[in-house]
Design a protein around this ligand. Structure first.
Ligand code: NAD
Length: 286
């Protein structure tokens, strides 16, 4: 079997076209959706991610505001900025680019963001909402995976889904969102013994571990759908996921590439969340 490619770039492009239409409708009613991005320090990978997010905003007509702080900034300064942004009518989404330097308490920062502007979906309220299936903003990466599956017409109901990786921003919310859609979900992590005995059962395998070549063909059921969330930079400069793409493509029925799979969807869902926030503001006003 040679897997059909799940083209995240193409799906993302389609959703961004819908975003443009939604922004135009908001602008016609006097609201320009706005996203505030806070960056602390000068981590090169973060700089690339932030540049992509700002470019994506501009592309669909979302206004962005960027606030840069040096790596040694006092956390109180950033917290005060977030509080100010919480009260601003022209800001509908607030994002703090992670990771933050060690003097920060992550939870304190994330929970300062108003839950109604938490477009990354990391505030405790939004995380809790995932458990009961009613969150204000689903976190962008797992939201992007769910949208990709929808666009590909892949139903998850009743399927065996294995999520490899249990982080707060990808693996755990991914598992909760798929459980909400009535999949049978198994979540694996670095302490899981004999990973293959779990992955081989997966009808849908979602991998978000940050380990190149973690998933090889022997670990994949013939015909499985494989979603590779991982992004790894190899010493030779190549960007790869967590899955042996060539090998696993011979066994899976569908597979996402890296780059061009989940990555473009993540940024797109940030736009979707920001626009949805502005639309809610409009309906509050009505
Ligand atoms: P993380 O380091 O916070 O968490 C990694 C998880 O994988 C942990 O739960 C860990 O226990 C598990 N893990 C590590 N080694 C493992 C192993 N050998 N077997 C099984 N599980 C193992 O990482 P994260 O923030 O969740 O990101 C994971 C990957 O996804 C990274 O490569 C990251 O760059 C990528 N990522 C991609 C996007 C995107 O838009 N495509 C977004 C976020 C993260």
């Amino acid at each position: 079997m040679t897997a059909k490619l799940i083209d995240g770039s193409k799906v993302a492009l389609g959703i961004r076209e819908e975003c443009k239409t939604r922004v135009e409708a908001l602008v016609a009613r006097g609201i320009v959706p706005g996203l505030a991005v806070i960056v602390v320090g000068n981590d090169p990978a973060s700089a690339v991610y932030v540049r992509n997010k700002l470019r994506a905003c501009a592309n669909v007509g979302v206004r962005s505001f960027k606030y840069d702080y040096s790596a040694d900034v006092a956390p109180d300064v950033v917290v005060a900025k977030i509080k100010e942004l919480n009260g601003r009518a022209d800001v509908h989404g607030i994002l703090v680019q992670l990771p933050l330097p060690p003097q920060f308490q992550l939870a304190q920062v994330l929970n300062t963001i108003s839950a109604e502007k938490d477009v990354d979906g990391f505030h405790l309220y939004n995380v809790g909402g995932l458990v009961v299936g009613d969150t204000v903003f689903p976190p962008c990466t797992p939201y992007g995976v769910v949208k990709l599956l929808d666009y590909e017409g892949i139903s998850v109901e009743g399927k065996n889904v294995v999520v490899v990786g249990a982080s707060n921003i990808v693996g755990k919310p991914m598992a909760l969102m798929l459980m909400q859609r009535e999949a049978t979900v198994c979540i694996c992590h670095a302490k899981t013994r004999d990973l293959a005995q779990f992955t081989i059962l997966a009808d849908i395998l979602v991998v978000a571990a940050g380990k190149p070549n973690l998933i090889v063909p022997q670990m994949v059921k013939t015909g499985a759908v494989v979603i590779d969330v991982g992004i790894n930079r190899l010493p030779d400069g190549r960007l790869v996921g967590d899955v042996d793409f060539e090998g696993v493509s011979e066994k899976a029925s569908r597979i996402t590439p890296v780059p061009g799979g989940v990555g473009p969807m993540t940024v797109t869902m940030l736009l979707v969340n920001t626009i949805a926030s502005a639309e809610r503001r409009l309906s509050d006003r009505a």
